[in-house]
Ligand binder design. Structure first.
Ligand SMILES: C[S@@+](CC[C@H](N)C(=O)[O-])C[C@H]1O[C@@H](n2cnc3c(N)ncnc32)[C@H](O)[C@@H]1O
Length: 273
């Protein structure tokens, strides 16, 4: 099925055709693959809500290997880098983790469906030794399993310590319907100990559909027939806690653009702590 490619100096399986996806006139992007996303929703607006010592609090026990994180829908990597700097407690932006005495040893695998965005992320990455990027449609189960298990096996692991799913749920929900959203959430819940998630509120669904309608497209008109709707943070919490064996640890508050940042913990993976 796959063929080898290099991921951070290691050979892995090619998992995705790697198409660059279209952005439509007026900046409408059917997958949320906006080329300048971080200019509109700066990483600092999210990162400042998180305690810098979060990983030390979540993983107080000493580890033999690094902590492993998965960033789903990383776009061109700006938020991944900000999360990496903040959570590995690298105060000086130029200190590389290999040369830092303090802080957590964190490795991130960041993926996005848009190969063009991933290419930009790779070119701009200040931490190529610690942050890996890959083109992946997270809803493509065979590509996903191949990539994730290949990455995890390098560290002798079968789950990530923390997964980030920031401003992605709406795009999966709009493109894959209610069942797609539930599949995404249960997949993420099964892949990590902690899940940090920033769901888009329902008003964003309306805005996304409106943007496409203005271009004469009806891609998201079906959003009215989604049965998971309304208070999305509440609905996602309900799915994760009732169907995916997770518990809500806390809400870190809301960004200035009105999105909650929620932290969940897997009940099944408690023994890995
Ligand atoms: C609104 S951006 C959020 C970017 C980043 N997480 C942040 O919060 O700054 C949503 C991202 O999800 C990606 N995406 C959408 N559907 C995806 C899928 N099925 N698999 C992987 N990435 C996806 C888009 O390409 C886009 O880069």
């Amino acid at each position: 099925q796959g063929y080898p490619f290099e991921l951070n100096g290691m050979y892995c399986c090619k998992t995705h055709g790697g198409a660059e996806l279209p952005v439509l006139p007026g900046g409408a992007a059917p997958f949320g693959n906006f080329p300048d996303y971080s200019r509109f929703h700066p990483p600092e607006g999210r990162v400042r809500l998180l305690p810098a010592a979060l990983l030390s609090e979540l993983f107080p026990n000493p580890r033999t290997g690094p902590l492993l994180g998965l960033d789903v829908g990383c776009n061109s990597g700006e938020l991944s880098i900000a999360l990496y700097r903040h959570l590995s407690e690298l105060q000086e932006s130029k200190i590389s983790p290999e040369h830092s005495m303090a802080g957590k040893d964190l490795r991130l695998l960041c993926c996005d469906i848009d190969a063009g965005l991933i290419e930009r992320a790779k070119q701009c990455s200040p931490f190529p030794g610690s942050i890996s990027y890959a083109t992946l449609d997270i809803m493509d189960s065979s590509a996903r399993e191949a990539l994730l298990s290949c990455y995890l096996s390098r560290f002798g692991r079968s789950t990530f310590d923390i997964c980030f799913c920031m401003s992605v749920t709406m795009w999966i929900h709009l493109n894959h319907g209610d069942s797609g959203l539930v599949k995404l959430l249960s997949c993420l819940a099964s892949k990590c100990i902690y899940l940090l998630i920033e769901p888009q509120p329902w008003k964003c669904y309306r805005a996304a559909a409106r943007r496409l309608r203005k271009l004469g497209r009806s891609d998201f008109d079906h959003f009215r027939s989604l049965t998971i709707n309304g208070n999305m943070a509440e609905k996602i919490t309900q799915i994760l806690t009732e169907d995916c064996a997770m518990e809500l640890v806390c809400c870190f508050g809301s960004t200035s653009w009105d999105r909650n940042i929620l932290l969940f913990k897997s009940k099944a993976a408690q023994h890995l702590l």
